[in-house]
Write a protein that binds this ligand. Sequence first.
Ligand code: MG
Length: 270
Amino acid sequence: MRRIILTAGTIVAAAMLVAILVPRMSPANGAASPDQWKIHDRNRPMAPVITPGECSTPDHAGQPPSDAVILFDGHDLSKWRAADGGPAKWKVGNGYFETTPGTGDMSTRDIFGDCQLHVEWATPNPPHGEDQDRGNSGVYLQSLYEVQVLDSYQSKTYADGQAAAIYGQYPPLVNACRPPGEWQTYDIIFHGPRFDASGNVTRAAFITVIQNGVLVQDHVRIMGPTEHMRRPPYRQTPEKLPLKLQDHNHPVRYRNIWIRALGPEGLPSV
Ligand code: MG
């Protein structure tokens, strides 16, 4: 009996120790759940220190935050590959690269899951074509979910296909486009889908998009992969996949692309 009592006491003590230590052992530097911490608890870990970036100007690309993965710094396409897996074929200019019509989409060599993504783009000036045939490209999160890139400055198309639309699903809240030829920014927060072992969706993907400093997609629930004329359901995918840029046969330019991985609590993965 004494042995049983001791064992039970040990279990209780161990449980109490775990209850005390686990919040402090959380990798989420104090942001996992406010309930795990007393208010203003000075033992709660501080946020990691990083150096913030600098905003771009019309003539110069800005500086990414110190903890970002830089996908294009103005010089080369070493972080990218062509659709056939070979070297990226798009043209690199002075501080930018440009979709080279007919060469196909371009994807990152690395894979990404939940993330913060910064992309700058400019459609051709003078503009060519109308509707969807006017400065069309696209930023595909996980190569599946397109944030539309299009010349939508004083140019009409269908609402869920204009610039900053989640293609075929959500028009942007406002049209915050700049004229063709001017650099525009997308700041994107993306949380990818999750699936159980049978492939059922346990969490849909969500996306927030800020265009040129203006909120245009407010944490919308992505319905599945974005396609032309179709809204297919989710199919089971890994938590991390390449980022893709679309070749839609228009010479759209990109610069200053960087990404920050987000952990389960919305913090940088270590
Ligand atoms: Mg497109």
